[in-house]
Design a binder for this molecule. Structure first.
Ligand code: IMP
Length: 432
């Protein structure tokens, strides 16, 4: 059986958790491959809305094994908190079904303090990070001074390493940023405690997945963030510090490309982003409020991790072209089509005007992106509420046309359309 991937095509928050939930039912293993608790998935357990940041959202499917892959940065305190909350709701989070790669890296309170200090210093130029210590943890990894999860097996060694790590970071915190130092003794004691609880979950990630794939088991790689937040292929420096793209799934899990099956690009029917950085089709005023929602329900455009209102705008096909190229997408899942109901005319960005030239790509220079003007094609809207539609044939003609337009323009088929937050609010698509 192959390795299938669910990849965000925009700036994250495309509704990946929703489609993961649908496909998880058929998977044997669900694996996170990048990022950390900067991600957020809203799931519903027994009618109760619940937010997960680190543990794959597939955990609520009883038969599925969940894996935190080698490319992930793990905050053990968050991991244990999510495990406790899941356990209280009757979800099995035992080591038999919840695994952590020995090669994943640990986030510490020093990483979080550095993330906050750096953002504070950047002031108006801040990236708008989630302040979860993601960037500093990956910085240590790349600098070859990170703390791997494998150390959880050796609490004493870990405590010593944490003690030295906190003391080193305290110098940066106090001398460079003028912040308060952290208590190295207390933090190392905390980590020794986390180690005892998490050590039984450790696995050799690549080995585990290779055996599973060879034995005909199916693996679903659950992406976090999105293509435009990729450290190489996103709107650098306004990106996260990992690779949430298809390539990142392979390196983050230790699996080669021959195993790959479906590469599912999740595309919201309009655009959104949290944090700073360019956004060519951004809207403000009433239309933005209309797309964002009030925040009263979990489907509205407010960050799952930070609660920040998301910036919103029209769909940008240059971004979908970019995501297709970077990820070799086999299909799109179009989410939140229901939100566009009632808008009389819907502009879709089909190209950019850059200094009088029509371009169909996203320039790598942010200065150039800032100078790009969106070229819109306006599609007719529909009035009907489509949240109860379950078959393509029952969609209003203009809603169907909107999705057809995406397929025509990108030459990538659409396999599902989501029309609401509920598990059943999906329209399977076969002939578009
Ligand atoms: P960091 O990953 O916390 O370092 O944040 C870097 C950028 O990525 C910021 O603009 C964040 O808002 C954004 N970001 C990180 N994770 C997510 C996510 O899960 N959804 C949307 N944006 C995210």
């Amino acid at each position: 059986m192959p390795l299938d991937m669910i990849i965000g095509t925009q700036w994250g928050d495309e509704g990946k958790g929703h489609i993961t939930d649908l496909l998880a039912a058929q998977a044997d293993i669900i694996a996170r491959f990048s990022g950390g608790d900067n991600a957020g998935h809203t799931i519903t357990i027994a009618g109760e809305v619940f937010k997960l940041h680190l543990i794959p959202s597939g955990v609520i499917h009883p038969g599925v094994t969940c894996l935190i892959g080698s490319g992930v940065v793990v905050n053990p305190a968050v991991m244990l908190r999510e495990m406790t909350e899941l356990k209280q709701r009757g979800v099995d989070v035992s080591p038999q079904r919840l695994k952590i790669s020995r090669k994943a890296h640990l986030i510490t309170p020093a990483h979080i303090a550095l993330d906050k200090a750096k953002e504070k210093e950047l002031g108006a130029g801040a990236i708008g990070t989630t302040q979860r210590g993601i960037g500093p943890a990956y910085t240590d990894k790349v600098a070859r001074s990170g703390l791997r999860a494998g150390l959880l097996d050796k609490p004493e060694e870990l405590a010593e390493a944490i003690y030295a790590h906190i003391n080193e970071k305290n110098r940066v915190l106090t001398e460079l940023y003028g912040e308060e130092p952290l208590d190295a003794t207390a933090v190392s004691a905390d980590y020794a405690n986390y180690a005892q609880q998490l050590a039984p979950h450790l696995v050799e990630c690549s080995l585990m997945l290779d055996e599973a794939l060879q034995n005909g088991r199916s693996v679903l790689a659950e992406g976090a963030q999105g293509t435009l937040l990729d450290i190489d292929h996103g709107t650098y420096p306004f990106v996260t510090s990992s690779a949430p793209t298809a390539g990142g799934a392979l390196t983050g899990l230790g699996v080669g490309p021959k195993n790959v099956g479906r590469i599912i690009g999740v595309a919201k029917a309009f655009s959104s982003r949290v944090g700073s950085g360019p956004f060519t089709t951004e809207l403000d005023g009433e239309l933005a409020m209309r797309l964002r929602g009030t925040g009263a329900n979990p489907w509205d455009e407010y960050g799952t991790t930070t609660g920040r209102p998301r910036r919103v705008g029209w769909l940008d096909l240059n971004i979908l072209h970019h995501a297709r190229r970077v990820n070799s997408l086999t299909e799109f899942v179009v989410t939140k089509l229901d939100i566009l109901s009632g808008i009389a005319e819907i502009p879709v960005c089909v190209a950019y005007d850059l200094h009088g030239q029509r371009i169909n790509y996203l320039p790598s220079s942010l200065e150039e992106v800032a100078q790009c003007q969106p070229i819109y094609e306006t599609l007719p809207g529909w009035d009907e509420d489509i949240m109860q539609v379950r078959q393509l044939a029952d969609l209003p003609a203009n809603a169907r046309r909107y999705v057809e337009f995406i397929v025509e323009q990108t030459a990538v088929p659409v396999s599902h359309i989501s029309v609401g937050p509920g598990r059943e609010q999906f329209i399977p698509v076969t002939n578009l």
